[in-house]
Every structure is written in C-alpha cells, then in structure tokens.
Design a protein around this ligand. Structure first.
Ligand code: DGJ
Length: 807
C-alpha cells in the first residue's frame, strides 16, 4: 500500500515499511526501511533527524531553508553539486558543461504502471491494481530537467521495485553520465556485511562475504551480459548476519547487460547502496523532450538473515517475474543431446537416444548444437539456421515428427545473437557483425556478436527464428549466447551515440525475444549463456528458466545451485544428470547423487543413455518416476538451506543440506550431499525448516542398493573365495550381490523435525556393516521424502510422538 500525507510517503508491504519525506528545502529524505512500523503523525515527526551544527568543511545544501549537509543525509536520489560527496544516483552534464544538479521535489502521483518504458522488462502483477506505483517528480532548478522516481509495491512477497526516468524539459541538450535504478541510504554503526556472488564459467554464483567499514565495495559486469563474474543479486546488512539471523536488505536488477552495484560507507556511518546500468557503459545525450529510463530494480528486507531474503525473492520471481503459459506449470523432464554427442549430430544416434529417453519416461527431447548449416565445430555456421540434411535427412520437421510420435515433446537449441565468419550470413552481411572498421575484431569461441542495436538485424533474427520454431514444431527452445562483448561498436550508430551501444544491444535483444515469446506463447524457453553468464531477472521476464551452469559435476553443481538459491527459486534453474566421470571435472559421482542435486532444479538428463547399463537405466526410470511424483514440491516448494555456504564446524562434512516444502506444508523433500567423509564420525541426523509444527509427518527414504565394488578388496572379509579387486569375478559378483541401503521410516511431528531433528542410521566407518548402516561416503547423497500423516486412530499428537520416540 502507498500513502502520502503532507509530503511524507509511506510504502508498506505485508511485513515492511518504507518511509521518506520532502524536507523544507525540497530534498527527498529517506527515513526508514525495515520491519513494519506502527506509525502516527507525531511518530513520524520524531523520526525526522535534526542536524543543527554544521561541521568543519561540510557544504550546506540550502542556506535559506535548512542547515542540512547532504553528505550526512539519507536521500532517495543523490546527485552532484549540493554537497553530497558520496556516489550519485544520477549524474548529468548540462549544455554549459556543468555537472552540478539540484533536484528538488515538485509533485507526485499514485498510479498504475501498465508497461515498463523504453521496451525494458518490468515486474508483473497478475491483476494489476490501481495505485500500485508511486511516481515522485523532482526537477533540476536550473536546467528544468525532470527526474522521476518510480516505486511499485508487491505486498505479499515483501518486495518494492524502483526505477528512474530522466526527461529533458529544458531547451538545451543534457548528457547522462549515470542513471542508477535504485538507491538506499541507511544509517549504520559504520560497518556492514555484504553477501555478493562472483564466479566464472562453470563456477557461477560463488557466495563471497565481505565486511565493509569504510570506502566503497563494488560488484560489476563489463562483458555485455549480467555475467557469471558478478550476478546483480546482492545482500547487505548488519555484520552478524547469518543464514537465519540479522537484519539485511536484498537487491536484484531486471536487466541483462552491464550493471554495477556499490555499497559505500561514509564518514558519518551512512551506507549508500546503488544499483543499475554500469555507468561506464552508459553515455547518452537527451535532446529537448527526450527521455531515458533505467531498468527496474527490486529490493526486500529481512529481519531473519539470508533465508528470509531468499524466500521473499523466490516468491517475487515466481509471482512477478516469470509469466505466461509456463508460469505455474510443472516443467517437463528433458534429455539434452549436447554431452551425449556434441557436434556429431546424426539422425540415427538422435533417435536412439530419444527412444531410450522415452522408455525412461523422459518427456522432452532437446536437440542441442550441431544440427544446422555446416556446423561441425564451434568454428563455423552460426547464423545459417538451415537444416543440415546430411545429418538430418528429414530435416527438423521430420525429426520433430518422429520424436513427437514417441510421445515426447521436441526442443531445439539456437544461438541467434552470434555469427561465425565462416558462414553464409557473414559472407552476405559482414556489417551485421559487431566490429570496429579498420581493426581486427576480437573473437570469443571463434565467433562474433551480431549488432542487435540495428533494426534490420532484429528483423532478420525474428524471421529466422520464426522459421526454425515453426518448422520444428518446437515445444521448447534453448536460447544460447556464448561470448562476452569486446568491441563496443555499431556501424549503424553515429560516433556520438557509441556510448550507448551496450544498452541498445540489450534493448534490441529484449525486442527480439519479446516478439518471439509473444508469437510462440506455449514454447518453453530456456535461456543460456555458456551456462550462467546471463542469469538474471531481465531474461526471466521472457524465459521461465535458465541453464544455470555448463558444469554438471554434482559436487560443483551443488555449490552453484546453493549459490543461486539465495536469489532465485528452483523452478528457474535448469539442472541435468550427466555422465560419470563428469565431462568438466572428470570426477566420478554416483548416479543417485547426480540425481539428488539435479532434482533440486528443473530436472534433465544430458548423457548418452544408449551407453548406460541396464541397471543404470532402471535407476533412471525410478528417478524419473520419483521426480514426477514430487515435481510440484521440487519445482515450486519453499526452498531452505539447512546450512549456509560455509562449513560450520569440524564435523560439517556435507556440501549442501536442503529441504523443500510444498506451499501448503503437507509434503517436503530433504536432500543432503556428502562432500568428504570423516573417519570415526558416524552421526547423521535430519533437521528441517518450514514444516508445519503441529502436524505429523511420515519421513522415509528410497530403498537403494549399492554396488559391492565400492567396498574394493574388503569383499574378501566376507567372501568364502578370494576375489581380486576389479577382476571379472568381482564384476560378476556385483551383479549377484548388492549392499542394502539403510532404511529410514519415522513418524514425527513437524516441530521435532524443525527444532530438534532426528537421528538417522549411522554412517559406515570402517568397522563393518552392522544392522542399519548407511553407506554414505564421499559424494554420496540422500533424498528424504516427508509427507503429512494422519495420527494413528485414537491417539493424539503426544502419543504419536512418544510412539515414534520409543522406536
Ligand atoms: C554452451 C551451452 O552452455 C551448452 O550447454 C551447449 O548448448 C553449448 N553451448 C553448445 O554449443
């Protein structure tokens, strides 16, 4: 809800209040953002700071009206020129060359934003309510330039979004050097903890905690995309912050290009957070009556550490970012051809793989790279979106028909934003590529970027992709993008507009994907940029899921998905089971564990099923069955990290411990992944979060068997005949005898599971398999299924609890 009274503005979500006011000089002053307040007029008066002593060298913003030094003032939108020496939210150069701005309050309106301006993506409401946005109008006193600050409220997920728009209402041109999307100034005791997410290819979303005491902390991307180096999602707050403790703020940006987030602590303890388009990649001149709009940013507050930020952000992404046909639909289980055949796509192989997948119950076949033009390696053919009929004699249409006839959906891979120099497209239109004439272009994965700032290139892509999606009768599209920007240049822009190239590219991309997703509303689009090089809320406004990382190694994936989980829900994360040894790390990880990690996202398989043993295929059939039964919980449930990103103690040997609870609290899945086993430490336990405390649950695990070869030559401690490790005999015995997995079967209250936890079967520790021993070694994982159970007839909760306790 948004209310205004006498120049005081209050934005309230279900559990938070955001308060600012117009001070006597017209500066927009931030008062509070945090836990919901019970407010009165007098109360707000009491919250307004009074600073009457000007300190040493400080600048007084307006001598007539107030004694305020903006350098020590919490503001809603800072600029240079009136004494605020912190980083500005907006920086302009006026016609006379001056960079001093003086934005003061002029008016406000409460309205409904129907569509995000400038073709940018915007947060979305199922039923747009009137009055869900507040527009504050500020005006520069000299140039008459208008700065509009737009706030929208998303009550139920405790989120507020912001963006800013500049309009030149003067008579001279105005140059924008920066226009950030959001600013939050808060009073601190001089220190803040920041949780940011850095990374690289195959190492996306590594959580990094930093304590900032003074000066500035920056997260930024400069490679043209939102980047795997620095995701725009960030949290900051009090220094004691942990998974479940502490007051903090979480932010994200609905933008897919170069961005920057900064947190700065000034000499008086004011912490200023800014987020928006990276100012180094934004330079645009506004002629009279022209305007420019920043992307939208979202923010939330938690008084319960990182976990609450995650829950709010997940709800926001599920409800207000992902939209359209797939918004609430369960996503199909897919098989992707990439790691099974790379570029060596052949119809026969493809059909064989599809047949195995169909037998396993997999629902969607995705033909990855290698199907088009003369594409046999990453050196050629990008841009030539014609079927390669040597590889696929029936073309895409024929293949798709045969896959559909197997009862599966058909999906196709494309990388539309790129061109190979060895391609028909490049030979016909070299100017479509992003190059600086007269210089040798820098290549990435042997390819060049197409100039999406140009309308004819956008049209070309829309036409070509419409052709591909139509003739393949695609149910799914993987939209890939595999290089960073290097030459920031368009041959179609005049020299003075080159400074806006990167942003125009992003707008061109949004136009193309908006048109295509509107033209094909039922296609399930999955974004991808060498995995997670463009994993952001901008892309998610068009594509309901994103391939989280090219790294499919379950241990590394566990870390990556754990990182994503701070800001993004499982329903948007593509996660696949791949071969062992893994193609990126050569690590061997049991199939069960690979599944356990992949099932905490949108499940797929990406390996050559035709080469797997009958036992492995049977295992996969079971996994697929299980995933279908629990898919709603796994994809749309509330996600809890039972441990944060860092090891907690000497006995903390697990890479991740997650549990996911259905929205109604009646079903849940727990997942653990053992990193490195600790000898002589066999205690295992299951603890949860988010279960309904007063309900009774049945907790059980899957009945699994383990290959005796994993015990190596210890087989000789029980075998009547000597068995040479890894011999043919060892192999033959492994088919006859298997190790029984432990059995877990408990009836227990939600309160016990959430608060006390329950002990599980002891882990193997080198002294044999006695009773119910768990074979829980390096890289083993467990999945626990939790379902609400009716209390046994005639017994109350107490009896049920004591019964299960006596077991
Ligand atoms: C990079 C993607 O991330 C991979 O999954 C795969 O699609 C390749 N590109 C294909 O070239």
């Amino acid at each position: 809800m948004i209310t205004e009274n006498n120049g005081r503005f209050l934005i309230e979500t279900d559990h938070t209040s955001y308060l600012f006011y117009v001070d006597p000089a017209g500066f927009l002053t931030h008062l509070y953002y945090g836990e919901k307040l019970f407010l009165t007029e007098d109360g707000i008066d009491a919250m307004i700071p009074v600073i009457s002593n000007q300190n040493g060298c400080s600048i007084i913003a307006d001598q007539k009206e107030s004694t305020v030094s903006l350098d020590d003032w919490c503001q809603e939108a800072s600029s240079r020129g009136r004494g605020d020496l912190g980083q500005p939210m907006i920086e302009l150069v006026y016609a006379d060359g001056s960079r001093s701005s003086d934005f003061r309050f002029e008016s406000f309106r409460i309205e409904r934003i129907k569509e995000q301006p400038d073709g940018l993506p915007g947060a979305y409401k199922e039923e747009e309510q009137e009055g869900s946005s507040l527009v504050i109008v500020l005006r520069d006193q000299k140039s008459r330039t208008v700065l509009e600050l737009v706030y929208s409220v998303f009550e139920e997920c405790d989120c507020i979004t912001r963006f800013a728009r500049v309009r030149n209402e003067g008579e001279e041109p105005v140059r924008i050097l920066r226009l950030m999307s959001t600013q939050l100034d808060v009073r601190t005791d001089g220190q803040q903890k920041i949780l940011s997410f850095s990374g690289e290819w195959a190492r996306e979303m590594e959580p990094v905690e930093t304590i900032l005491s003074a000066s500035r902390f920056t997260v930024e991307s400069g490679g043209g995309t939102s980047s795997n180096k620095a995701n725009p999602f960030i949290i900051f707050g009090e220094t004691e912050l942990s998974e479940t403790y502490g007051q903090c703020y979480g932010f994200n940006l609905l933008y897919s290009g170069n961005h920057q987030e900064t947190l700065e602590i000034g000499g008086h303890g004011r912490a200023r957070f800014l987020s928006g388009i990276h100012p180094e990649f934004l330079e645009i001149t506004l002629q009279p009556l022209e305007s420019f709009c920043s992307p939208e940013a979202v923010q939330t507050f938690s008084d319960g550490g990182y976990q609450q930020i995650s829950l709010h952000m997940h709800a926001f992404v599920r409800e207000h970012i992902v939209r359209g046909y797939w918004k609430k639909k369960e996503r199909p289980i897919l098989i992707n051809s990439w790691e099974a055949m790379y570029f060596d796509v052949r119809e026969k192989k493809v059909l064989k793989l599809a047949k195995e997948a169909a037998k396993a119950g997999i629902e969607l076949f995705v033909l990855d790279d290698g199907w088009f033009g003369k594409r046999n390696s990453d050196k050629e053919a990008l841009g030539d979106w014609k079927d390669n009929t040597e590889k696929l004699p029936g073309g895409l249409a024929g293949l798709s028909e045969r896959i559909h006839a197997m009862g599966m959906k058909f999906g196709i891979w494309v990388e539309p934003e790129m061109v190979s120099e060895n391609s028909e497209l490049y030979r016909a239109h070299p100017d479509y590529a992003v190059t600086v004439p007269g210089t040798e272009p820098a290549r990435g994965r042997n390819q060049l970027l197409l100039d999406l700032t140009r309308e004819e290139v956008q049209e070309y892509l829309i036409r070509e992709m419409t052709g591909v999606f139509t003739r393949s009768r695609a149910d799914y599209v993987k939209w890939d993008m595999n290089r960073n920007f290097s030459d920031y240049y368009s041959q179609a822009l005049p020299a003075e507009e080159q400074g806006i190239f990167a942003h125009r590219y992003v707008l061109g991309l949004y136009r193309v994907i908006r048109e295509l997703t509107e033209r094909f509303p039922k296609i399930l689009f999955e974004g991808c940029a060498s995995g997670g090089n463009r994993f952001d809320l901008g892309m998610l406004c068009y594509m309901p899921q994103i391939w989280a990382s090219d790294c499919t190694d379950a241990l590394q994936r566990a870390r990556i998905q754990n990182g994503y989980s701070y800001g993004y829900p499982q329903s948007v994360l593509g996660a696949h089971v791949s071969a062992s040894p893994n193609h990126q790390t050569l690590r061997r990880i049991p199939l069960e564990s690979r599944f356990a990690i992949a099932c905490a996202g949108v499940l797929g398989y990406e390996c050559n099923l035709s080469d797997l043993s009958a036992g492995e295929l049977a295992e996969i059939r079971e996994e697929v069955k299980l995933y279908k039964e629990w898919r709603e919980v796994l994809q749309f449930g509330q996600f809890y990290r039972l441990k944060g990103h860092a090891a907690k103690g000497r006995f903390d040997t697990e890479a991740v411990r997650w549990n996911i609870v259905s929205p109604d609290g009646t079903r849940a899945v727990g997942i653990t992944f053992q990193n490195q086993v600790l000898p002589n430490y066999s205690h295992r336990y299951l603890k949860t979060r988010g279960l309904l405390e007063d309900r009774i649950y049945h907790v059980y695990n899957r009945s699994l068997k383990y290959d005796i070869r994993r015990m190596g030559d210890l087989i000789n401690t029980v075998s009547p005949i000597p068995v040479k490790q890894d011999s043919l005999l060892h192999g033959a015995l492994s088919h006859l005898v298997q190790l029984d997995g432990e059995k877990e079967d408990h009836i227990v209250t939600g309160s016990i599971l959430n608060k006390a936890g329950i002990p599980l079967a002891s882990g193997y520790q080198g002294t044999g398999f006695e009773g119910n021993t768990a074979f829980y070694q390096d890289y083993d994982a467990r999945i626990f299924l939790i379902e609400e159970a009716a209390p046994a007839e005639g017994t109350g909760i107490r009896e049920a609890v004591s019964r299960s306790g006596g077991k």
